[in-house]
Write a protein that binds this ligand. Structure first.
Ligand code: BES
Ligand code: ZN
Length: 379
């Protein structure tokens, strides 16, 4: 009877996870650098200290540009335009020059774009490269037409040379037939300094052999229940259930901040903990595990670590290609074996509707991750 009781006592606590999620969502979107993100970090720290962890905050800063509402009009038509993050803010009026294809250097052959606003299609090369190519030829602005339905939110991943916006395919495609039309482009954005902090929970004094992590920040306008309240709460539950286990003496639990702005929390963690990172046998990252899109838990990453999972189970699908970028990437780039746990791109991804999650899926995820940790540390 005893082992059964022990197993039960150490199981993932679903009602507690519901309470955790409620606490996380109550202050609004956890955008890095905002009070809601800070409150989330404090909540995690308090909960972890209750069960005996030493908690540290790892502070870091970075710059972010925020679109304050940009606009574009061509002739009498107003188009919905999103500023590319990192675009300079400027108002300008200039003639339109469509450039065929995706705006590679060769697409400009025979075209004079000096002093004009260039129109190109999305894809093929990064936004920043499109902008540099246009700017080098004297263009004063750039419009990137989406290569699928609707509009996107792009980023230069740095500071771009000329004001640049994206427009939807529906509104943007007709621009290719409007060479010479007068266009007004108004890019309104602010650049701000963001103070982020990762939350680190540990028990032993030795360097860890494994890191289990999830980002706790979310995008503006979305509560981020699935992205990534789900991973946040699951890792918290795991830390609780493993608080008395030898596993937590060799594992750090880390909640990353600034993921949505470009993996800042995980990149800085890797940069600032080089020795620790070199000694890691595994980094397990949970991102969007509360809504089942493909019907199972996707596990991507290192095949040696996947071997520790029960890949034959109908509940998991190993080797699944990850759809998005997340915090395991900086670790993988540093040579650490990683696993990425996700349940697919749910329809409310980065939308106000990201308020849903299934607590049973969090429990199931915790079980799979725990099994892998047990396998990793089995003598
Ligand atoms: N949670 C997503 C990544 C994701 C997408 C996981 C689909 C599972 C399925 C993450 O928060 C995100 O939005 N990442 C960005 C990239 C990041 C560098 C800003 C992305 O995927 O576009
Ligand atoms: Zn995410």
């Amino acid at each position: 009877m005893l082992p059964l009781v022990l197993t039960w006592a150490l199981a993932f606590d679903a009602p507690q996870a519901e309470a955790d999620m409620k606490a996380l969502l109550t202050n609004g979107p956890r955008v890095a650098g905002t009070p809601a993100a800070s409150q989330a970090a404090e909540y995690l720290a308090a909960e972890l200290r209750k069960v005996g962890y030493t908690v540290e905050f790892m502070p870091f800063s970075y710059t972010r540009t925020r679109d304050l509402g940009s606009s574009l009009s061509v002739g009498s038509a107003n188009l919905q335009a999103n500023a590319i993050a990192g675009s300079p803010a400027r108002r300008l009026e200039a003639p339109l020059t469509p450039v065929p294809n995706q705006g590679r250097a060769e697409d400009y052959t025979g075209l004079d774009v000096q002093g004009s606003i260039v129109v190109v299609r999305r894809g093929g090369i990064p936004f920043l490269e499109k902008a540099r190519i246009a700017a080098e030829r004297g263009a004063v602005g750039l419009i990137v037409v989406n290569n699928g339905p609707g509009n996107v939110r792009g980023t230069f991943g740095g500071i771009g040379p000329i004001p640049t916006v994206t427009v939807s395919q529906e509104e943007g495609e007709p621009l290719f037939g409007q060479a010479g039309a007068r266009a007004f482009l108004d890019v309104r954005s602010v650049t701000e300094e963001v103070q982020g902090r990762d939350v680190i929970a540990k028990r032993g004094t030795a360097l860890p052999q494994a890191v289990v992590g999830a980002h706790y920040d979310s995008v503006p306008g979305a509560l981020g229940a699935n992205d990534n309240g789900s991973g946040t709460v699951t890792v918290l539950g795991l830390a609780r259930e493993l608080a008395q286990s030898p596993i937590s003496e060799r594992t750090w639990f880390v909640w990353f901040d600034g993921e949505e702005d470009g993996l800042w929390g995980s990149r800085r963690f890797v940069e600032q903990n080089q020795e620790l990172v070199q000694g890691l046998r595994a980094m397990l990252n949970l991102d969007m595990v509360g809504v089942n899109v493909g019907g199972s838990l996707g596990i991507g990453g290192s095949s040696s670590l996947q071997a520790l999972a029960d890949c034959n189970s109908v509940q998991v699908s190993c080797g699944s290609a990850a759809e998005g970028g997340s915090d395991h990437l900086p670790f993988a780039q540093a040579g650490v074996p990683v696993l990425f746990f996700f349940r697919g791109l749910d329809p409310n991804y980065h939308k106000p509707g990201d308020t849903l999650y299934d607590v049973n899926l969090l429990a199931d995820t915790a079980k799979v991750v725990r099994g892998i940790l047990e396998g990793l540390f089995r003598p």
